[in-house]
Design a protein around this ligand. Structure first.
Ligand code: IMP
Ligand code: MG
Length: 183
């Protein structure tokens, strides 16, 4: 057990369960995007691990981009405002985008990004989120591809952080409340 593991209350999805689900999503997206030259856009930083796995699970001719948006800071609740801190580097007009996100929570980030990409001329914008937390939604938005639907608990691992830590856990788990109770 590592020092990080000791901060985890319970494991929600093991490394093996995540890998199996990623493979299913990759197969599903293969059917939907083969021949459509999709552009996978990963939302940094939380989706970087999921992105790396999903593009290899979906063997379509495609390319990748990265966008970074303002995040939670060290808090576990959203501030509401979304700011782009690193933008994509190419013209996306006429492209079929697949936005790769770690978790769809309030919906602020993805509803903003979807509108942003459509305004920039994308032909279509699909959303692929590893996790969906529908109980906390404040914006009307749904994902096209969902890894797992999670309860209203703060989760870390497989890219998801608390105060920038725990992203490198290979599984997804719930943090012990005492880890962030000082907030
Ligand atoms: P939304 O804009 O409220 O949908 O939040 C999306 C972002 O909030 C995600 O990309 C995550 O970075 C962060 N987030 C929301 N819930 C969690 C969580 O349970 N653990 C870690 N990050 C989270
Ligand atoms: Mg994120």
């Amino acid at each position: 057990m590592s020092m990080m593991d000791q901060d985890i209350l319970k494991v929600l999805y093991t490394q093996e369960e995540i890998a199996a689900r990623v493979k299913e999503l990759g197969d599903q997206m293969y059917k939907d995007f083969e021949g459509k030259d999709p552009l996978f856009v990963s939302v940094l930083r939380g989706a970087f691990i999921f992105m790396a796995d999903i593009v290899r699970a979906c063997q379509v001719k495609s390319d990748v981009e990265f966008i970074a948006v303002s995040s939670y800071g060290n808090a576990t609740t959203s501030s509401g405002a979304v700011q782009i801190t690193h933008d994509i580097q190419q013209d996306i007009s006429g492209r079929n985008l697949v936005v790769i996100e770690d978790i769809l929570d309030s919906g602020n980030t993805l509803s903003f990004l979807k509108q942003y990409f459509l305004t920039k001329g994308a032909a279509s914008v699909a959303i692929c989120t590893l996790l969906d937390k529908p109980s906390r939604r404040t914006k009307v938005i749904t994902a096209d591809y969902i890894g797992f639907t999670v309860p209203d608990e703060f989760v870390v691992g497989y890219g998801l952080d608390y105060a920038q830590k725990y992203r490198n856990l290979p599984y997804i788990g719930v943090l012990k409340p005492e880890v962030y109770s000082g907030e």
